[in-house]
Design a protein around this ligand. Sequence first.
Ligand code: ADP
Length: 211
Amino acid sequence: MKCIILIAAPAAGKGTISKYIEDKYNYKHISTGDLLRKEIKNNTEIGKEIKSILDKGSLVGDDIIKEVFGKEFNKTKSNIILDGIPRTLAQAKMLDELDEENDNVEISKVIHIDIDKEIAVERIENRIICENCGSVFNKKLVKDLKCTKCGDNLISRNDDNKETFLDRYDTFLKETKPLLDYYGDKVITIYNNSTLEDIFKNVDELLKGDE
Ligand code: ADP
């Protein structure tokens, strides 16, 4: 089982790129953000605990991530693309343990998606997502507020405003960006400042042979 890790600032395009890879290649998309938002929507015990953390733009504790991610990981047999995990050194070590303990699990690529902060802010202000499948859309480009993939409602996330974005961005710089040094030579950086077509071309180059 191959694991691709995506590391990127908020709104850099992790979700969009993950869905592209899931649709075109043989990978399942696991987004910790989507899993956490589902806990909130379903009003579970974890959901009640984490709502204010997500709304503030801070990180949820590693133990909760381990539980929520672990459940999803254990159900999965195919190659996976990890969107939103690891975000801390402790989470990176947890994934290394999975890699070491399971002969069939291999962290095959670490993709860093780079974006200018100003472009990310602009995107976040126009972003809407599907409540059900997490697909990402631009408010200005949709005809109605229905997901073209699964038909469910498109909503704005509570944390998709400029103020919370800036907190999330700082958290990224402090907690997550240092993981690029941790993964060292495994990291491939692609830029997402231009069109989606361009970035998808870059992704296709990277995943040649994985169809
Ligand atoms: P974005 O990449 O746009 O910030 P995500 O959907 O990946 O959005 O994450 C939304 C929020 O969920 C984060 O701001 C954080 O509060 C929480 N979260 C997601 N993944 C993790 C994680 N691995 N560790 C801690 N908190 C997380």
